[in-house]
Design a protein around this ligand. Structure first.
Ligand SMILES: Cc1cc2nc3c(=O)[nH]c(=O)nc-3n(C[C@H](O)[C@H](O)[C@H](O)COP(=O)(O)OP(=O)(O)OC[C@H]3O[C@@H](n4cnc5c(N)ncnc54)[C@H](O)[C@@H]3O)c2cc1C
Length: 446
């Protein structure tokens, strides 16, 4: 059954014939080209320092093929940008799920984070010169980029805490401070950092203190101290950098949109891109389920005289995983449809739902698959351990669950408390009235 024929009925009316054909091409590309190339990519990276100085050649071949197939920059939604491949968020959501099954597929099709979010910033907020210098090569996949917001010394899930100082001096800005978890900064092709810091740290409006400024990688005063690991994985050559800035000077024209507009930019940056991770996580869950099914039917590895699938609990794992991944997909596609019908702002509730539910669901499914493999499930012989580590970080990296839940809870409570209370009061009074009319005494004292 092809990917286009598996589109959930609820989403089908919103998917064009062109998108369906492309979706099937994405599936073939991911399954036949990218997943086998994942292993080659790791082998070509090799060991030691070389991991940070080379780009595996297998990727370049994939990129050429993806371009020829028209599988390039699908992430930029057609109702907001002219530079993309012309798909809606929903259509890309279906494609991103498939890309999420492979380590290299997103980059091979130029749909990889953080470049996607950064390209959105350039397309939405950049001036013509900034677009020409940085957006054009990013769209072509010639350079890579990093977004530097999180800092080691402050709780960065509250972005008002960000401290890196950006000071104006004549026609320049001077940057001082530290950043970490700068994803992509390890890549030798990473040419530009989008840095969030404070230009006006004493502004009484705490949302007007921040700005985003463009800093070319490698300027004097920038030190990349180390690459952080994720459960022991270095994610080379991409990497997650710990970087300091000591009197780093950039021209004033490198400011994006204007001083004090940093919050506006980070909120815009997390527009449609907010659900790309969730979309890919569905693909990771599907891949784990495939590996689970393969292991439990492997008759070379029987326990107590039977293949695993003949033990009752295993079919329940398969069934629950199917239900959970299908339900999670609907949450993501619903968010994508809502964004397509308005914008990311009008879909805040749906986006938060997807961000919280999908990684948790995917982790449950991956964990079942790990369990089915026994010790093999936690080592490098299956993709499961790496998938688990990657998806686990989303519960923090894509904004901590607790922050989304707090915002979701606040909004739901505010929107409903008065109407719900009034309705319940009315229903109680009406029940009392009906009881009295039938000769009964009122019962509820709530
Ligand atoms: C793999 C990975 C890649 C990343 N890539 C980037 C990147 O490219 N650029 C970048 O700038 N950053 C990146 N980050 C950093 C990420 O955005 C931050 O880790 C995240 O915003 C949380 O900030 P923090 O780590 O400072 O945690 P803190 O802000 O210190 O929060 C710690 C914990 O406190 C809890 N918490 C927070 N708020 C609340 C609340 N309101 N109620 C209850 N509990 C709460 C949560 O459990 C949270 O996990 C990445 C992180 C990872 C792991």
């Amino acid at each position: 059954m092809s990917a286009s024929s598996r589109i959930p009925p609820i989403a089908q009316p919103f998917v064009s014939e062109h998108a369906k054909r492309t979706l099937d091409l994405v599936e073939e590309f991911v399954e036949k080209d990218c997943i086998p190339a994942d292993t080659v990519f790791s082998a070509q990276l090799g060991e030691g320092e070389k991991r940070w100085t080379t780009t595996p050649t297998v990727l370049e071949g994939l990129k050429e093929k993806a371009k020829k197939l028209g599988l390039w920059n699908m992430f930029l939604p057609k109702n907001h940008f002219t530079q993309g491949a012309g798909f809606s968020n929903l259509e890309y959501g279906l494609m991103a799920e498939l890309l999420g099954k492979s380590k290299v597929a997103s980059e091979a099709t130029n749909n990889a984070a953080p470049d996607t979010g950064n390209m959105e910033v350039f397309a939405k907020y950049g001036n013509d010169a900034q677009k020409k210098q940085w957006l054009a090569p990013l769209l072509e996949g010639k350079i890579r980029s990093a977004f530097l917001m999180t800092e080691p010394d402050v709780a960065s899930s509250d972005a008002t805490n960000i401290e890196l100082n950006i000071r104006r001096e004549g026609n320049e800005y001077v940057l001082n401070g530290s950043k970490w978890w700068s994803s992509g900064a390890g890549d030798p092709r990473c040419a530009i950092y989008l840095v969030m810091g404070k230009t006006d740290p004493t502004n009484p409006d705490t949302y007007k203190q921040q700005s985003v400024i463009l800093v070319p990688a490698g300027l004097p005063g920038i030190t990349v101290h180390r690459m952080l690991t994720v459960y022991g994985y270095d994610d080379a050559p991409h990497g997650h950098g710990h970087i300091t800035f000591k009197d780093v000077r950039v021209p004033a024209s490198n400011m994006v949109l204007g001083e004090g507009r940093g919050f506006e930019i980070i909120q815009g940056r997390l527009g449609p891109g907010r659900i790309h991770h969730a979309m890919r996580a569905i693909g990771a869950a599907e891949r784990a389920l495939e590996w689970l099914i393969a292991r439990v039917n492997d008759e070379r590895k029987m326990t107590f005289g039977k293949p695993l699938v003949a033990h009752g609990v295993i079919l329940e794992w398969i069934a629950k995983s199917r239900i959970e991944v299908d339900a999670a997909r609907l949450i993501v596609l619903n968010a994508a449809i809502k964004i397509d019908q308005g914008d990311a702002k009008s879909a805040l509730k749906e986006i938060a739902q997807a961000k919280v539910l999908v990684p948790q669901t995917a982790l449950t499914i991956i964990d079942r698959a790990v369990q089915a493999y026994g010790a093999a499930g936690v080592c490098q012989d299956t993709p499961l351990a790496y998938l688990w580590a990657g998806i686990r970080t989303l519960r923090i990296a894509d904004g901590p669950d607790e922050v989304h839940l707090q915002q979701l809870g606040k909004r739901e409570n505010k929107a409903r408390k008065d109407a719900v209370t009034a309705k319940l009061n009315w229903q109680r009074e009406e029940a009392d009235r009906l009881l009295a009319a039938s000769g009964f005494k009122p019962k509820s004292h709530l």
